[in-house]
Design a protein. Structure first.
Length: 71
């Protein structure tokens, strides 16, 4: 499943750092964080999507405390 979410990040470097670290999470097939559009695109298995999304949101808060992902 592929879904997009509003993702407020402060700079392009922060978006890149988030993207690199979140790609390492179990269940993430692909993820992109776009600073210009303030969007996060997540691709994960349908049956685990909610679980993976929660892990992404939790990990993002640890990496960039000011980042906000709107679910």
């Amino acid at each position: 499943m592929k879904k997009k979410f509003k993702c407020e990040v402060d700079c392009a470097n922060c978006a890149n750092k988030l993207e690199e670290e979140l790609k390492k999470l179990d269940g993430v097939e692909d993820i992109s964080v776009n600073f210009m559009t303030q969007k996060l695109t997540l691709i994960a298995p349908d049956e685990r999507f909610d679980e993976v999304l929660k892990a992404v949101v939790d990990k993002a808060k640890k990496i960039e405390p000011d980042a906000v992902i709107e679910i």
